[in-house]
Design a protein around this ligand. Sequence first.
Ligand code: C2E
Ligand code: MG
Ligand code: MG
Length: 366
Amino acid sequence: MAKRICAIGNADCVYRFGGDEFVVVALGLSPRHEERFARLLIQAVTRPIHINGFAVEVGASVGYDRWEQGREPLEDAAHRADLAMYEAKSRGPNQHMAFEASMQDKVAKRATLESKLRIAIQKKAIRPFYQPLVDLKSGTVCGFEALARWTDEEGVAIPPPVFIGIAEETGMITELFEDLLAQACQDALAWDDHVMLSFNVSPVQMEDKLLASRIFKVLSANGLPPRRLEIEITENALIQDPAVAAIILDELHDAGVQIALDDFGTGYSSLAQLARYRFDKIKIDKSFIATCRDDERQEKIIRAMLGLGRSLNILTTAEGIEEHRQLGHLLQLGCDVGQGYLFGKAMPAEETRSFIFNRDEVLAGG
Ligand code: C2E
Ligand code: MG
Ligand code: MG
C-alpha cells in the first residue's frame, strides 16, 4: 500500500499514521487538482493484489484539507483531514471528501451527547415505553414491545436510533440493555400471563457470547419466565458472526424464549441464510405496510412474506399499521399480529394495564 501511495505524483511525504491509516502531504498541489488526487489514491489502493493465486481487494476512504504551512502545525490539518475521512467512510466504501466546518460541529455535538448518555444511563433516566401488539383475529392485546425513551434534562426527546447507535459504538449498550430489560420484566409481571414482552436486541449484542446468560440472569432476578419473553433481532444481526448468532439463538430458544425477526425485508440476508435459524415470528417492516394498498408490487411482496411465514409455520406481525384500511387489508391477507399507531403508540408502563382493560371492554361490547 505504501509503495502504491508513494508512486502517485506529488505525494512528497507519506506516513503510516497507525493501524490502516496513512497521511499523505501533497506539497504544491493546486486546489483544482485536490479531488482528482483523492480519486487517484483510492484507485491505487483498491486495485486487487494477487497473493498465491488469490485476488485480494481492500477499500479506501479519503478525507482532505489544505495545510496552512508555516501558520499551523501539520497535526491541525491532519486532524481536519481525519474528520473528513470519517465522514467519507460513513457514506460507504471508496468515497472521498473535503473537510467542511460542519464536520467539526458534528463531532463536538456527538461528544456532548455521548457524555450526556453516559450520565443518563448511570442515573437510569432512560425508560422503556410499551407499544401494544394486537392479535388480529381476536382483537386482543397479545404483547407489548418495549421501546427505549430518553428525554434529556432540557426536556428534549432524543430519538432511539440516535442514542442506541451511540450506546452500540461505545459499548454502553450492554449496561443499558440490562437496565431496560430488568425494568421491563418487572412491568410485564403486571400483565396477564399470556401477554408477551418483546424486547429489541442490537446487532452488536449478537457478537456477545454471554448474551443468553445475561438475559437468563435478568429474567430470573426479576421473576419473569423465559416463555414470556420474545427478543427481536434484525437480519443484520445475523451477518457479523453467523456462528455465534446461531449459538445464542439456540440457547435462548431451548430455554423457551421466542425469537422474532424484526424489520423483515429491509436487510441484506438471503433466505438461505435465514433458513439456518429457528424463528418463531417475522415482523414485516413498516415500509411495506405504508404503501401496500396503493402499490400492487408491494402487496405481492407482503403476500409472499405471509406465505413464507405460513409454510414455515411461524407467526407474522405487520408493523406500522396506521389506518383502518391497512388493517382490513392485512386481516384479509391472513396476517396474525398487528402493531402501529392505529392501535396505540408506545406508552409508559402505568398506562398498559388500563390499555389492555379498555381494549377488552370495547371488544366485549361488540
Ligand atoms: P423497531 O424495533 O422496528 O421498532 C418500531 C419502531 O416503529 C418504533 O420506533 C415505533 O415507535 C415505530 N412505530 C410503531 N408503529 C408505528 C406506526 O404506525 N407508524 C410509524 N411511522 N412508526 C411506528 P422507535 O421507538 O423510534 O424505535 C426505533 C428503533 O430503535 C426500533 O425499531 C429499534 O430498532 C430501536 N430501539 C428502540 N428501543 C430499543 C431498545 O431498547 N434496544 C435496542 N437494541 N433497540 C431499540
Ligand atoms: Mg422491534
Ligand atoms: Mg421494526
